[in-house]
Design a protein around this ligand. Structure first.
Ligand code: GLA
Length: 658
C-alpha cells in the first residue's frame, strides 16, 4: 500500500515500511526503511539519507547521479514537480532548479519487494553527459556495526557465499565485463552483525541488469550506511541528447525481520512462478564437440528411458563447429555431421516423448565463420585497437539494431523449423573493445531479442548461460526459465555453488545436472544417489555419458528421476529453508522435503538437522518409512542423519496429517 501525505510518502508491505520525504529545499530523502510504521509514526522520523545522492553542496559520499551540462556545470539542485500515484506505483517527478533536466524516482510494490528505478529526460537543446546514473540508493537506519553478505567466484566456482564485517569505508561490488559476472553477482544483503538464518534484521537489494554494473556501499563513522547501485561501470559515460530519455534498470529492495532465510523467502516469492521445469538431458559433457546424429539418438533413447523430458543438443551441431575455433555465427546444421539436417534427430527425439532443445551463442562470432567473412562490420571493436579474442571468438555489436534483428531472425527460424522447445542461450566471453555507447544498448537488445522470440514462441523455454553462471541476475531471469549455474558439475563442489545461488534465486531456476563420476572436474568417485540428491535441489537435469552407464546405474537413475518428479512440485513451488550448508528443506502445502548431502567426513556432521516451520501440534508421516512423527519432536530433535562417511545423503519426505 502506498499513502501520500503532503510531502511524505509511506510505502507499506506486510512486513516492511519505507518512507520518502522531501526536505524544505525539495531534496528527496529516505526517512525510514524497516518495520512497518503508521503515518503518525512516520511524521516523527529524523530526516534520513538522500534517495538519489547527487553532486553539489556539502555532499561527500558516492553520487548516484553524476552529470555535466554543456556549459561544464555539474551536479543537480532539486525542484519538486509533482507525484503520480497509481495503486502500488508511485513516481516522484523532480527537476533541476535551473537546467532543463527532469528526474523521475519510480517506486513499485510487488508483494514484499520494493522496486525502484530512475528516469531522466533532457528538455533542453544541448546534450547532457552522464557519468553515473544509478537506479536507486538505499539507506537503512544507522547501527553500530555492519556486515555484508554477497557471493564471489570464478568460472567453475560461482556463487560462493561471503559474509564479512564492513569497514568504515566505501566497498565496491562491480562487474566491468559486460555481463553480470562470475566474480560477483548483482545483489547484496546487509545486517548489523547479529542476524542469523532465521532471526534478525536483514536489508537486501538486487539489480535487474545483465551487463556491467556497480554497487558502492558506504559505511560512515557514525553508524550510517548507504549504498547506491546501477548499470554501467566506472569510466563509462553516456550522452543524453536533447529530447532524450534514459531509464535505468530496476534495483529492488527487501527488508527481512526474520534473518537471511527470510530475505531469501521474499526474493524467491518475487522471482518464482508456478511452472515446473522439465528434466533436461544435455549432451555437452558426454560428447563435447564430437557429435553425430547416431550418437545423439543413442543418448536420446537412454535419456528418454530414464525419464528425461527435453533432449538438448549442446555445442557442435552448426556449420564448421568441430572445435571452439570456428563456426559461431553460422546458425545452420553442419552439412558434414548432419547431412540430412537436424529434422530427423528432432523428430526422433519427439517420437521418444521429449522436447527438442538446442544450444546457441547468438552474440558471438568466430573469425573463422561465414558470418565474420560476410559481415565484418558487425563485429564489435574499436578503430586502431586490437580485437581481443577470448576462446577464439569475438562479439557481434549487439548495440546495433540490425545485428539484433539478424539474430532474432536466425533464432526465430531455428525455433520454427525444428520445433525447438528449449534453447540454451550461452555467452562465452566478456565485452572488451567497446565504445561508451555500446554497453547499455547491447544488453537492451539482448533483452529485446529474448522478449520478442518468446512472444513469437510462447511455449519456448530458455536457459541462460555465460560459461556457466556468468550471467545470472533478475534481469536475465525475467526472460529465461532457468540458469545454467556452473560448468562445475562435481556434486560435492556444487553444494557450495548452489548454497550461494539459492540466497537470491529460486530452486526452480537452478539448472543442475547429474553427470559422470569421476568427470573432467574431479577424480573423486561420488555415489549416484548423492549426485542425484544434490541436483534434485534445483531443476534436475542429466548430463552424463549415458552410453557408458551400466544397466544397474541406469536402473538406479531411472528410479531417482521418478523420485525427483514426485518431489518436484514441492522443490519448485515450495518455500526453501537452508538448514545449514548441506541441508535444504522445501515446504509446500502439506508436504515437506529435506535433502541432506554430506560431502566429506571432515565436516562436523553429527548435529541434528532440524526442520523449520513445522506445526508443533501436527503429526507428520514419513512417506518412505510410514513412521509418524510429532512436529514438536521433529523441530526439537531433527531428522535422521546420513551415515558419517564421505558423500552420503538422505532424502526425507514428510506429509502433514490432519
Ligand atoms: C559453455 C557452457 C557449457 C557448454 C559450452 C559449449 O562453456 O557453460 O555448458 O555449453 O559452453 O561450448
Amino acid at each position: 500500500m502506498i499513502v501520500s501525505a503532503g510531502r511524505l510518502w509511506l510505502l507499506t508491505t506486510a512486513s516492511s515500511g519505507y518512507v520518502v520525504r522531501l526536505d524544505a529545499d525539495d531534496t528527496p530523502r529516505c526517512a525510514h526503511w524497516g518495520p512497518p510504521l503508521t503515518l503518525d509514526q512516520a511524521r516523527d522520523l529524523p530526516p534520513g539519507a538522500e534517495e538519489l545522492p547527487v553532486e553539489g553542496g556539502e555532499r561527500f559520499g558516492v553520487p548516484a547521479l553524476q552529470l555535466r551540462y554543456a556549459d561544464g556545470v555539474r551536479g543537480a539542485e532539486w525542484r519538486f514537480l509533482g507525484e503520480e500515484l497509481d495503486g502500488e506505483r508511485l513516481v516522484l517527478r523532480l527537476a533541476d532548479r535551473h537546467y532543463p533536466l527532469e528526474i523521475g524516482l519510480h517506486y513499485r510494490l510487488r508483494g514484499e519487494v520494493l522496486e525502484r528505478h530512475t528516469t531522466l529526460v533532457n528538455h533542453g537543446d544541448t546534450p547532457i553527459t552522464l557519468l553515473r546514473c544509478d537506479s536507486a540508493a538505499w539507506s537503512p537506519p544507522g547501527r553500530e556495526a555492519w556486515r555484508l553478505t554477497h557471493v564471489s567466484g570464478e568460472w567453475g566456482g560461482e556463487f560462493r557465499l561471503r559474509r564479512t564485517p564492513l569497514p568504515v569505508a566505501e566497498t565496491v561490488l562491480t562487474s566491468r565485463r559486460g555481463h553480470s559476472g562470475h566474480e560477483v553477482n548483482p545483489w547484496l544483503m546487509l545486517d548489523a552483525g547479529e542476524a542469523t538464518e532465521a532471526h534478525g534484521e536483514v536489508w537486501s537489494t538486487a539489480l535487474a541488469w545483465s551487463g556491467s554494473w556497480r554497487m558502492t556501499v558506504r559505511r560512515e563513522h557514525g553508524g550510517g550506511l548507504t549504498w547506491s547501485g546501477g548499470h554501467g561501470h566506472d569510466g563509462l559515460t553516456w550522452r543524453l541528447e536533447p529530447g532524450g530519455r534514459a531509464e535505468t534498470p530496476v534495483f529492488a529492495g527487501v527488508y527481512s525481520p526474520d534473518g537471511f532465510g527470510g530475505a531469501s523467502h521474499r526474493w524467491h516469492d518475487y522471482l518464482r512462478d508456478d511452472r515446473l521445469r522439465p528434466v533436461v538431458y544435455n549432451s555437452w559433457e558426454a560428447t563435447g564437440f564430437a557429435i553425430s546424429p547416431g550418437q545423439q539418438l543413442a543418448l536420446a533413447e537412454r535419456a528418454a528411458a530414464l525419464g528425461a523430458e527435453v533432449f538438448v543438443v549442446d555445442d557442435g551441431w552448426f556449420a564448421g563447429r568441430s572445435s571452439d575455433r570456428a563456426g559461431l555465427g553460422d546458425w545452420h546444421a553442419d552439412p558434414g555431421r548432419f547431412p540430412d539436417g537436424l529434422e530427423p534427430l528432432a523428430d526422433a527425439v519427439r517420437a521418444l516423448g521429449m522436447g527438442f532443445g538446442l544450444w546457441v551463442e547468438p552474440e558471438s562470432v568466430n573469425p573463422d565463420s561465414e558470418l565474420a567473412r560476410t559481415r565484418p562490420e558487425w563485429i564489435l571493436g574499436q578503430p586502431h585497437r586490437r580485437a581481443t579474442q577470448v576462446r577464439n571468438q569475438l562479439l557481434l555489436d549487439f548495440s546495433r539494431d540490425e545485428v539484433a534483428e539478424w539474430a532474432l531472425g536466425r533464432l526465430d527460424h531455428l525455433v520454427g523449423r525444428y520445433g525447438v522447445a528449449f534453447l540454451k542461450w550461452d555467452m562465452n566471453r566478456p565485452v572488451t573493445e567497446a565504445g561508451d555507447d555500446v554497453w547499455i544498448p547491447y544488453i537492451r537488445n539482448v533483452y529485446a531479442v529474448l522478449d520478442r522470440l518468446r512472444a513469437a514462441h510462447p511455449g519456448l523455454l530458455v536457459e541462460g548461460c555465460a560459461s556457466g553462471g556468468g550471467r545470472a541476475d533478475p534481469g536475465m531471469l525475467a526472460r529465461t526459465d532457468q540458469i545454467w549455474t556452473s560448468d562445475n558439475t562435481d556434486a560435492a563442489q556444487r553444494l557450495a555453488i548452489q548454497h550461494g545461488y539459492g540466497h537470491l534465486y529460486p530452486a526452480a531456476t537452478m539448472g543442475a545436472w547429474v553427470t559422470d563420476s569421476p568427470n573432467a572436474q574431479t577424480a573423486r568417485i561420488t555415489p549416484l544417489a548423492f549426485r542425484f540428491h544434490v541436483a534434485m535441489a534445483g531443476a534436475l537435469g542429466l548430463g552424463g555419458d549415458l552410453l557408458r552407464w551400466s544397466e544397474q546405474e541406469l536402473a538406479e537413475a531411472a528410479g531417482l528421476v521418478a523420485r525427483y518428479k514426485e518431489i518436484r512440485p514441492v522443490v519448485h513451488r515450495g518455500r526453501l529453508d537452508r538448514l545449514g550448508e548441506h541441508a535444504v528443506q522445501y515446504s509446500h502445502e502439506d508436504r515437506v522435503v529435506v535433502l541432506i548431502c554430506r560431502p566429506s567426513t571432515l565436516l562436523p556432521a553429527t548435529a541434528p538437522v532440524r526442520p523449520r516451520g513445522l506445526d508443533p501440534g501436527a503429526a507428520y508421516r514419513d512417506e518412505d518409512t510410514g513412521a509418524v512423527h510429532h512436529g514438536a519432536v521433529l523441530l526439537s530433535h531433527g531428522l535422521p542423519q546420513p551415515l558419517p562417511f564421505d558423500a552420503t545423503s538422505t532424502l526425507t519426505r514428510l506429509r502433514r496429517l490432519r
